[in-house]
Design a protein around this ligand. Structure first.
Ligand SMILES: Nc1ncnc2c1ncn2[C@@H]1O[C@H](COP(=O)(O)OP(=O)(O)OP(=O)(O)O)[C@@H](O)[C@H]1O
Ligand SMILES: [Mg+2]
Length: 253
């Protein structure tokens, strides 16, 4: 099967005149549909730079990137924006929701920018379906300030799903969440991955990376480890275990 992502000797050098930073130094990677990968590594090791390349937000200085068979380096700005909109979904650490806009309208947003804008009715139906997937159809009319952190992140995931992306890219999506809420959000990712969506996420936490299928570790711009996770945690089971432990603690208190 053809790879969804194919990176060949990718380099990124930031050149701000006086200093040059070689942030990514020859990364070659491949992953196919259904991958669920955690990208780890120390601060400054190049994780976000690599994610920005994968997300077509920034061009590599050198190397080749094929996204779903399309050579990204051959595209102009507009073609790149269309490709991004069609094939990729983004989730960020800080949720990045518009504060004066309801959950539903936030999820509708990416459909406004595509080359084929659906009718208002279809946009609403699709947004509602995605809110339903993340378990928030009853919060469609709520504003971000009326939602918990975990709920806001689930709205952001619904927004990332609304254009049916091939790949979901998430840079520290659980970074602002407490550990129980983080596991809950990992459960949403696991369910989406079970349905065939390819996911790449950056995380600093080994506890979170263990919910993924594959772990990549970067150091100084290079991939130094790339392993399948042998005893992957299942978020739903893990949450139940935590709840049972809490209940047991209360009973014996
Ligand atoms: N726009 C930029 N201009 C110049 N240098 C940059 C730029 N963005 C990142 N860098 C440098 O590139 C290197 C890699 O940065 P990157 O943001 O990819 O690291 P990271 O692994 O995501 O770190 P963190 O875990 O702190 O988010 C760092 O040394 C950083 O200072
Ligand atoms: Mg980063």
């Amino acid at each position: 099967m053809a790879a969804v992502v194919h990176l060949e000797d990718i380099h990124k050098i930031y050149d701000s005149g006086e200093v040059q930073v070689h942030a990514v130094r020859g990364v070659s990677l491949e992953f196919s549909k259904g991958e669920f990968m955690a990208v780890m590594g120390a601060s400054g090791s190049g994780k976000s730079t690599l994610m920005n390349t994968l997300g077509c937000l920034d061009r590599p200085t050198r190397g080749r990137y094929l996204l779903d068979g399309v050579d990204v380096g051959q595209l102009d700005r507009n073609q790149l924006a269309d490709l991004r909109n069609e094939k990729l979904g983004f989730v960020f650490q800080g949720f990045n929701l518009l504060s004066r806009t309801t959950a539903l309208e936030n999820v509708e947003l990416p459909m406004l920018y595509g080359p084929h804008r659906p009718s208002a009715r279809e946009m609403q139906e699709r947004a509602l379906r995605c809110l339903d997937i993340v378990g928030l159809s009853d919060r469609a009319d709520h504003f971000p300030s009326q939602l918990s952190g975990g709920q806001q992140q689930r709205v952001a995931i619904a927004r990332a799903l609304v254009n049916h992306p091939q790949v979901l890219l998430a840079d520290e999506p659980t970074g602002n969440l407490d550990s129980k809420t983080a596991i809950d959000v990992m459960g949403v990712f696991q369910r989406l991955n079970d349905q065939g969506i390819t996911i790449v996420m950056v995380t600093h936490e080994l506890d979170i990376a263990r919910f993924c299928k594959r772990n990549l570790i970067m150091r100084d711009g290079r991939v130094v480890s790339d392993i399948a996770v042998p005893d992957r945690l299942v978020a739903e089971v893990e949450l139940r275990r935590l709840q049972d432990a809490e209940t047991a603690a209360k009973l014996t208190a």
